[in-house]
Design a binder for this molecule. Structure first.
Ligand SMILES: NC(=O)c1ccc[n+]([C@@H]2O[C@H](COP(=O)([O-])OP(=O)(O)OC[C@H]3O[C@@H](n4cnc5c(N)ncnc54)[C@H](O)[C@@H]3O)[C@@H](O)[C@H]2O)c1
Length: 356
């Protein structure tokens, strides 16, 4: 990284302890780097889970900023640090305002700040709703791959909740080689269902698209079930709906009542993270007073430390780790920097002489 030398009136040098230039990377730039790179991003996410699994990361609990007068809104801070070949520190700051959707703008908005490993200086601010959706979808596709090994590969996928995250997950499944005989969709909103339906048509997906009037019908008809709703508490309570042992990607984390998890094999991304904030796994821990219902993490599955039985439903509940945002964000930064298209904000760090 080229840095600014404060002793020479701001000229750029390569001193490792100079001040890095500060760049802003737009959503358009982020999307141009990530589009069509589904396989590569899934590999990056897998490598990052492995780094996190061996402890080469710092990923403290996410901080939830909530508002007494706006209970359905929140802004979450996800600080993190990753080691490995390209160490970087940083913070994702992501808002969820569900009321935005009715106004025609996305629920979530976010920035990602990258901090320099050597000086701590922030060196980039990236539009991060795309990064966040991308890492979430890549993690879901990775889990779908690993959790279906050892059982027949699903041919019927079903999406409960068909917003932006559902679209990204479908794109990542398709981009990593999945095809389905049938794609089930269910949403409480007719607009969301219609929007996702038309996305599927435009994406050129093969397979029959089937709109289900109930979550029960969708779950019973799918061997890979994806929950991407905004439910704040469990609305799916019937254990018998899962009697055909589907693989469930429980991305929205709060849809399923404890008895469903207790009758299934449970895999998370990080145990400490996931057993917080009234997620369904957290509700099970509160109910049972223990963590015996957890098989382990996705990394445990990938390293062979645990084996997923084929004769029970398996539920993946990923809390969403800041290290994934950092890994994807750093890749975007490196690509934009290499292409010479970084928008550097001149004079961003200005007061650089300690005594004036
Ligand atoms: N685990 C993670 O790492 C992670 C990361 C990003 C987003 N998420 C979660 O993914 C979820 C979806 O995000 P999004 O950006 O797609 O939101 P979105 O608002 O675009 O879409 C959510 C959809 O769910 C539908 N819905 C709400 N309640 C429902 C119900 N009970 N049954 C069926 N449909 C229902 C809504 O009508 C809407 O269409 C959110 O809960 C978000 O917090 C998780």
């Amino acid at each position: 990284m080229t840095r600014i030398d404060p002793t020479s009136s701001g000229s750029a040098i390569t001193d490792p302890l100079g001040v890095p230039p500060f760049a802003v990377i737009s959503g358009g730039q982020v999307q141009r780097v990530l589009q069509g790179q589904e396989k590569e991003i899934v590999e990056l996410v897998e490598a990052t889970y492995r780094l996190h699994g061996v402890g080469d990361s710092v990923n403290p609990p996410s901080y939830f900023l909530r508002f007494p007068d706006r209970p359905s809104d929140r802004i979450i801070a996800l600080p993190a640090s990753i080691g490995g070949p390209t160490p970087v520190d940083g913070l994702k700051w992501i808002s969820s305002f569900p009321g935005n959707v009715a106004a025609g703008i996305p629920r979530a908005s976010a920035v990602l700040i990258l901090n320099d490993h050597d000086t701590g200086y922030p060196f980039a601010c990236l539009e991060a709703s795309i990064i966040s959706a991308t890492r979430t979808a890549a993690s879901a596709a990775l889990a779908a791959d690993w959790l279906t090994r050892g059982r027949p590969r699903p041919t019927r996928v079903g999406f409960v909740g068909t917003g932006l995250i559902a679209r990204y997950i479908h794109t990542f499944l398709a981009g990593t080689g999945w095809s389905f005989d049938e794609i089930g969709v269910h949403d409480l909103s007719g607009d969301s269902t219609a929007g996702f339906h038309s996305y599927l048509e435009q994406s050129g997906t093969i397979g029959r698209v089937r709109v289900h009037q109930s979550a029960e019908e969708l779950v019973r008809c799918s061997d890979l079930v994806i929950f991407a709703t905004i439910a704040a508490e469990p609305h799916i309570r019937e254990v018998s709906w899962f009697g055909h042992n589907p693989v469930v990607l429980h991305i929205s984390l709060r849809d399923l009542a404890p008895p469903i998890l207790l009758a299934a094999t449970n895999v998370v991304d990080d145990i400490e993270h996931c057993l917080k904030a009234n997620t369904s796994p957290h509700l099970v821990e509160q109910l049972t007073g223990n963590r015996d219902f957890l098989l382990g993490t996705l990394n445990d599955v990938m390293t062979g430390r645990v084996t997923v039985p084929a004769d029970r439903p398996v539920i993946f509940s990923p809390f969403g780790l800041g290290v994934l945002d950092l890994a994807v964000g750093k890749t975007v930064y490196d690509h934009v920097a290499a292409s010479g298209e970084l928008h550097v904000i001149d004079d961003f760090f200005h007061e650089l002489r300690r005594h004036g």
